[in-house]
Design a protein around this ligand. Structure first.
Ligand SMILES: Nc1ncnc2c1ncn2[C@@H]1O[C@H](COP(=O)(O)OP(=O)(O)OP(=O)(O)O)[C@@H](O)[C@H]1O
Ligand code: SF4
Ligand SMILES: [Mg+2]
Length: 380
């Protein structure tokens, strides 16, 4: 079931909401546009509505995130996929309230457990960061301070939210370093970040992100630079966190294999927008958007000859300063000519193609079905 389906629930998990909090998302019939600014879903731990993030630069305004909406419920993992530059990290930092600089303009709504964060006091958001929500950063160096030991940084992160002695916090930090697979954690606890290799630093940063058992975890490429064994260890650790605390997880990765393994729901981004969203099972087995078709075409498969495979997406991602008109994917889309001129003139809205499965594409249903059945499905 989709993360935006306001009617279903996660087994064993109940989420009480404040009276003033989000109300259930209103759903249109299949085929009707899904409103970007629909009210947040009542059973979602995180609801993002019409999020827009722009950067004012000397070259112009970069529209990094352009009207993004999605929900994540407790105990669920939402995978976010999309090419480099599609806005995944900017979205994550936006949820965490980390775009406070003058150049960034952030609008829309981010509801976390019934509290709206975009308009909230920055101090309040800072308190929630690290306690209720945490992020594993794509760049581990950005998360660790070079002048303090790795151990002391994890201790501090823990003590900000727990009234415990330094000694207790140190034991907790060492336990976390151990759990992320750092050998001799008691000794490495005293090292500075520069004394760690890239992979070790990434693990230490993961330990710091998880030390407070966050209820929302955003993992932005958490396993790049890690070998397969450690990667599996980290994914297990995130799964444990989720099972134990019912955490909502957002997993961002270029590795579609990882997404297929861990995600319950999937959001496909292109040029700062959602172009397809649904359960991971639906999006993997019955993708409906031409960009998703190309993305899945780039997934390594051992069981098929290259000639039998789908073609990966050709061309390069668009500029986010001069975003192509209409559907931003149209300059690269093999089917743009089949939409009677709408592809390069009208921005496609997300529409339900099946319950909980939404797609932003102008292709008529019979055309899409024909392409899917004749060209895509046999090669998927
Ligand atoms: N501080 C900033 N100032 C100007 N532009 C920015 C800034 N941060 C990000 N961008 C731009 O926003 C767009 C989205 O960037 P983002 O980092 O979210 O991409 P991504 O989807 O995470 O890519 P990757 O898969 O490579 O990590 C890019 O075009 C990037 O250049
Ligand atoms: S709207 Fe047009 S250009 Fe965009 S994905 Fe659909 S067919 Fe391709
Ligand atoms: Mg990124």
């Amino acid at each position: 079931m989709s993360s935006d389906d306001g009617n279903s629930s996660t087994p064993g998990v109940s989420v009480a909401k404040e009276a003033a909090g989000p109300v259930p998302e209103q759903r249109g019939a299949v085929g009707e546009p899904v409103a970007a600014a629909a009210p947040a879903a009542a059973d979602a731990y995180l609801s993002v509505r019409d999020l827009r993030i722009q950067f004012h630069t000397d070259d112009g305004i970069v529209k990094s995130v352009d009207g993004l909406s999605f929900d994540v419920r407790r105990g669920r993992t939402l995978g976010i996929v999309g090419e480099s530059g599609s806005g995944k990290s900017v979205t994550s930092l936006g949820i965490m309230g980390l775009h406070r600089g003058a150049r960034a303009k952030v609008s829309g709504e981010v509801w976390l457990d019934g509290e709206e964060l975009i308009g909230a006091d920055p101090d309040k958001v800072r308190r929630l960061r690290g306690s209720k929500m945490a992020m594993i950063f794509q760049d581990p160096l950005s998360a660790m301070h070079p002048y303090y030991t790795v151990g002391s940084q994890i201790v501090e992160a823990y003590r900000v939210h727990h009234k415990v002695s330094r000694r207790e916090a140190a034991e907790r930090a060492i336990e976390m370093l151990d759990r992320v697979g750092i050998p001799e954690p008691r000794k490495r606890f005293r090292d500075y970040p520069h004394q760690f290799s890239g992979g070790m630093r990434q693990r230490a940063m993961i330990a710091m992100s998880l030390v407070n058992n966050p209820e929302l975890l955003i993992a932005d490429e958490p396993t790049t630079a890690l070998d397969v064994t450690v990667q599996a260890q980290i994914l297990d650790l995130i799964r444990d966190l989720q099972q134990e605390f019912g955490s909502a997880v957002i997993m961002i990765t270029h590795d579609l294999g990882v997404v297929a393994e861990v995600a319950d729901d999937l959001l496909v981004m292109y040029a700062g927008r959602a172009i397809e969203r649904g359960t991971a099972e639906k999006v993997f087995t019955q993708p409906q958007h031409p960009y998703t078709w190309g993305l899945l075409g780039s997934m390594p498969r051992l069981d098929r000859e290259r000639s039998e495979r789908l073609n990966p997406v050709k061309g390069t991602p668009p500029s986010l300063i001069n975003v192509p008109s209409g559907c931003a994917f149209h300059p690269r889309c093999p089917y743009a000519a089949l939409t009677g001129g709408s592809s390069d003139s009208v921005v496609p809205e997300l529409r339900e193609v099946a319950p909980g499965h939404v797609v932003a594409c102008h292709l008529a249903e019979d055309e899409r079905t024909r392409i899917w059945t004749e060209e895509i499905e046999p090669k998927l």
